[in-house]
Design a protein around this ligand. Sequence first.
Ligand code: DAH
Length: 358
Amino acid sequence: MSEMASEKELSAYVETTRKEIEALESLEELDEISAKLKSKRSPLGAARASLGAIEDEKKRKETGRLVGEAMASVMGVFDARRMVLEKSARRQALEDDRLDLTEVVLRSLKAPIQRGHAHLVSQTQDALEDVFVAMGFEVAEGPEVETDWYNFEALNIPPGHPARDMYDTMYLDLGEPETVLLRTHTSPTQIHLLESAVAQGTLPIHAVMPGRCYRLDTPDARHLPVFHQIEGLVVDHGITFGDLAGVIETFTSAYFGPDIHSRLRPAYFPFTEPSAEFEITCTICHGEGCRTCSQTGWIELGGCGMVDPAVFEAVGVDPDEWSGFAFGFGIDRCAQMRHGIADMRALIENDLRFTRQF
Ligand code: DAH
């Protein structure tokens, strides 16, 4: 285009350039042409540069306007094309990032992913709670980290008491040495319940308290260092040892089956007086006598007894007005006996061939 750029020439140029731009297929090509369009050596650049050489002012202005309009319309075409190309580049990027999940969905429809289920110990705890709830008990829980006072002292086991030897205790490195520990049994939850019933004036109590307990034991066929107990506590007016024996017998037949019974044998626990061990008909031989029950026909399940007045006094309950009984036994042991599990370690090994059976 010469300095004499005519309107006709300019519009012809705009038209070819529009076609050229609209034929471009990528943002890279657009970038290349952009430099060319803006360069001083481009036809419009040259036309603009030569404006100064036009003598006639009117003519110069007119040509300047025409060149400016031509430039604006080329840039308009350019921007429109850029928007189109950017939009399709975005669409392409999304398309490239898309994950095809149909295969996963189809595979899971053919062989549905298996749902897990509650572990045998949890199932056993639920079943035990159900039996006691049906008998009118409430379910309560207490902390697993206890102070010496809750785990021992309030239960009538002062420091130095020989009964402490029954519990190989795991102490926590908090506060004074040997004052904070992992509870060795669920009995301290009795103390929490009694304290809050006294504070809120809500005696009587009829409650069971399941939960995890800890002892420094080496795992073997009948012991785990982390195990589960369920504690029972009834405090009311005129509660007798006969009530205790009745509750234990009712529970035993309800949970283990109508041909399994219970018996109580004298024992010692610091927090109950009198105390008893309770035994149930051997679930392996049904009382005939076998290796598991050492030919006695009976298997020991837990401890029980009448709440010792010293425990009532520790929490401020008047032993002349209230009486009660307590019991405690192992949840894992119940699962072991009801399902004939030879080695308790199977409960923590997480071998699916074992856990899937229940
Ligand atoms: N806490 C006892 C233990 O773990 C079991 C026990 C015995 C609980 C007698 C009681 C009870 O509530 O009265 O060895």
